[in-house]
Design a protein around this ligand. Structure first.
Ligand code: DC
Length: 222
């Protein structure tokens, strides 16, 4: 292992389109880490509930709907993909409908509890599959899921820069509205975790962000 012979956990939190996924993907390649995008888990649960005709107001029905499905992890390259009842959702995870509803479903305690142990279980999943560590991105990873992680980062960028990134990706997304909901919710809100390294990516290229984060990981692990 390149990191002083130990398994490392890297957490990356931040608002929508702050650069988390691209950074996490590059780190996973460079350091041989399992890449876990927890936003895709919340999106998958949102899709599952929308397909059953539920809205975020139907809390009791959501609790009932989440009693049965089995959630498991499928490895696609270095990426952990969620399977709900053996179905791995694809493109539809980023549809305008999911973009619009995901923060509302993600604010529900019952939804967050449904995914809690599943997310933490990826540390053993990464070990069992021979990775040197894990990079997990989301909103509450450094604060709630892995507060003891060795490397915790918080990425931020001006709303204009983030909107431009989404437009370039060809996606319809209301990032400010999602950030507002994610920051204001009661359970596990979006925050910069105490002690995490905060990086403003507004005027940085993706390569610069990756280099900065990588240098910190390599420097510390030396
Ligand atoms: O990272 P993303 O934009 O794909 O995430 C989609 C939504 O999922 C986000 O608006 C809030 C929710 N989410 C969350 O509440 N906690 C996480 N750890 C990750 C995502």
């Amino acid at each position: 292992m390149p990191h002083g012979n130990h398994f490392i956990i890297v957490t990356i939190d931040g608002g929508a389109a702050a650069g988390k996924s691209s950074t996490a993907g590059a780190l996973s390649e460079r350091h041989h880490l399992l890449h876990v995008d927890t936003g895709s888990f919340y999106r998958a649960v949102t899709l599952y509930l929308l397909k059953r005709g539920l809205t975020p107001e139907d809390e009791d029905k959501i609790r009932e709907a989440l009693q049965n499905p089995a959630i498991t992890t499928r490895l696609r390259g270095r990426m952990a993909r969620i399977a709900i009842d053996d179905e791995v959702p694809g493109e539809e995870l980023r549809s305008p409908q999911v973009n619009e509803q995901v923060s509302r479903f993600a604010s529900l305690k019952v939804v967050r509890e449904f995914l809690l142990d599943f997310q933490r279980g990826h540390a053993s999943f990464a070990r069992e599959n021979g990775f040197d560590g894990l990079v997990m991105e989301g909103r509450d990873i450094g604060s709630v899921i892995f507060p003891e992680a060795e490397f915790r980062f918080f990425l931020e960028a001006d709303p204009d820069a983030r909107n431009q990134r989404r437009v370039k990706q060809g996606e319809q997304d209301s990032i400010e509205e999602r950030d507002r909901l994610d920051t204001q919710r009661k359970t596990a809100p979006l925050v910069c975790p105490e002690g995490a390294i905060r990086i403003d990516t507004t005027r940085m290229s993706l390569e610069e962000v990756i280099a900065k984060v990588s240098d910190i990981i390599e420097g510390e692990a030396r």
